[in-house]
Design a protein around this ligand. Structure first.
Ligand SMILES: [Zn+2]
Length: 130
């Protein structure tokens, strides 16, 4: 297995099996992005796209925000995908990982309890809110 340094976007109705390394699949049907972990562990990382979770920005190159901390994967990778490039970040220790999980949970709860006009009109932002 080798590390993935770059991703290209592929818009698909649903994810292929298996996924190919180096491709960030964006499912418009399920508002979900999926990719193979860039560390080389070959695990699939699936990120839910919503204003409280992850956003995909496509401006010719693909970005996935915020960072992916692949908790639940043995590799515990933590990285950004910015304009197609993988940017590695320090791995989270177990305490930080737990915090990140609860922060993520809170963000989702906030979204549920606060109806917002989270639709973005910014050019180039791919927004899959349903
Ligand atoms: Zn990995």
């Amino acid at each position: 297995m080798s590390q993935t340094l770059r991703y290209i976007a592929q818009f698909v109705p649903s994810f292929p099996t298996p996924m190919e390394p180096g491709i960030l699949y964006i499912s418009t049907t399920y508002s979900t992005a999926g990719h193979i972990c860039p560390c080389g562990c070959d695990r699939e990382v699936v990120t839910k796209l919503s204003p409280a979770r992850w956003r995909v920005i496509y401006d010719g190159e693909v970005s996935l925000k915020p960072s992916v901390a692949a908790m639940g994967l043995p590799c515990n990778s933590h990285y950004f995908i910015t304009r197609g490039e993988v940017e590695w970040h320090r791995k989270l220790d177990p305490v930080q990982a737990a915090k990140a999980r609860s922060a993520d949970h809170r963000a989702v709860e906030d979204l549920r309890t606060t109806p917002t006009s989270a639709q973005t009109k910014a050019g180039g932002t791919v927004n899959f809110s349903v």
